[in-house]
Design a protein around this ligand. Structure first.
Ligand code: SAM
Ligand code: SF4
Ligand code: SF4
Length: 371
């Protein structure tokens, strides 16, 4: 029975095993894709499970008691994740983000953080090591994560109003506990903490101003994310997307805001600062203003498949490489052609009227690939 479940789980999302090229040279710390975009950011999904059922990500009707999550044996071990991360770093990755699913559900996550915190970039510098969480377990874990070497955290929170938030997470989880998690993270010394709010028109858009009011002046950077058509289960509709331009307009009715320059290439958020010095906000406009042109992100699924776009239907089975005895050099060599041949720009194409959906294959789910 166990074996049947493993076989089914492993069949999810076609994933050829990458080939090790017959000859290769050592990674140079710089790898560009077909659109000249460097590889800089690796998002690592450490679990496909979650204790929330946000309707835009893991709707309850699909992710119910019968849903088969990946079995423990399918997951990459911490050693395997660290080996792969090292290969990515050799190719120029400077930022690692732990995500999921809910990453804090993965047992002993601090141990993985400790292992990743020891890695050094091609320039000898420590990496930007960060985590995205729904905040439900953060009050308990913030201190240990900080001590293990985690540098930053992003917490997701979609409303200040308790009833709205409980409805959106769909497991009746209270706002107060997420806020306590954010306080614990501040207390542990994380900073600046970012808060992600997914805005769904007609569901929580009336919470834009209350959220801004709460986090203004707190040192926390609030980021508004356009509701995306990621995966195949959330029943996405364009009329439920509130364009960032409208989010900004609503905020500007209330406060004066000035634009800020992007600090790094490939930054997803457009940044604005309150003119009165009460901090900054971010707008992530993945639907209305695609940012594929600078996209330097790769994603590693919970079971070790590499995806070069959030909207991909196919990954590359790195776990098979790891588990068939290849050396670190061979694994790094196998990664190079995957990135060099990348031409993904789904969000840009989405906005073109003649763009057809990829031929009948299921797009990967966000909880599995990592947000
Ligand atoms: N469970 C963690 C959390 O919620 O922060 C980490 C994983 S979650 C998939 C990562 C991020 O993706 C969260 O900030 C979440 O709000 C965002 N997200 C999930 N589904 C989305 C969608 N359909 N559109 C926009 N953002 C989405
Ligand atoms: Fe869980 Fe995060 Fe997805 Fe919500 S967005 S269901 S918290 S993985
Ligand atoms: Fe990057 Fe794909 Fe998103 Fe474009 S659609 S920004 S290529 S992940």
């Amino acid at each position: 029975m166990g074996e049947t479940i493993i076989a089914l789980a492993d069949l999810r999302y076609a994933a050829p095993v990458p080939q090790v090229p017959p000859t290769w040279s050592a990674p140079s710390g710089h790898l560009a894709d077909r659109l000249h975009r460097p590889l800089r950011d690796l998002r690592i999904s450490v679990t496909d499970r979650c204790n929330f059922r946000c309707s835009y990500c893991m709707p309850k009707e699909v992710f119910d008691r019968d849903y088969r999550f990946l079995p423990q044996t399918s997951l990459l071990t911490f050693e395997e994740i660290t080996r792969l991360a090292r290969a990515f770093v050799a190719h120029g990755v400077t930022k690692l983000r732990l995500t999921g699913g809910e990453p804090l559900l993965r047992k002993g996550l601090e141990d993985l953080v400790r292992m990743l915190a020891e890695l050094r970039g091609a320039d000898g510098q420590a990496l930007d090591l960060t985590l995205t969480t729904n905040g439900s377990l953060l009050a308990r874990k913030a201190q240990a994560l900080r001590e293990a070497g985690l540098k930053r955290v992003t917490v997701s929170l979609d409303a200040m109003d308790d009833a709205v938030f409980r409805r959106m997470n769909d497991v009746d989880f209270p706002v107060a506990d997420v806020l306590e998690g954010i306080r614990a993270a501040q207390h542990a010394g994380f900073g600046p903490i970012k808060v992600n709010m997914v805005v769904k028109r007609g569901t929580n858009d009336h919470e834009i101003v209350p959220m801004a009011k709460h986090f203004r002046g707190s040192g926390v950077v609030l980021r508004f994310i356009e509701y995306m058509d990621v995966g195949a289960t959330n029943g996405w509709r364009m009329d439920e997307v509130l364009p960032s331009a409208q989010v900004l307009a609503r905020l500007r009715e209330r406060w004066a805001l000035d634009p800020l320059e992007a600090t790094t290439m490939g930054e997803t958020a457009e940044r604005w600062r309150y003119a009165d010095g009460a901090g900054e906000i971010g707008l992530i406009s993945s639907v209305t203003q695609a940012f594929c042109r600078d996209c330097n992100r790769a994603r590693l699924s919970t079971e070790g498949k590499l995806f070069t776009c959030l909207f991909a239907t196919r990954g590359h089975d790195l776990r098979a490489l790891l588990r068939s005895g290849h050396s670190d050099d061979e694994i790094a060599a196998a990664l190079a052609p995957i990135w060099s041949e990348r031409a993904d720009r789904y969000s840009e194409l989405r906005s073109q009227a003649d763009h057809a959906e990829p031929g009948g294959e299921r797009r990967v789910e966000m909880h599995y690939i990592g947000g």
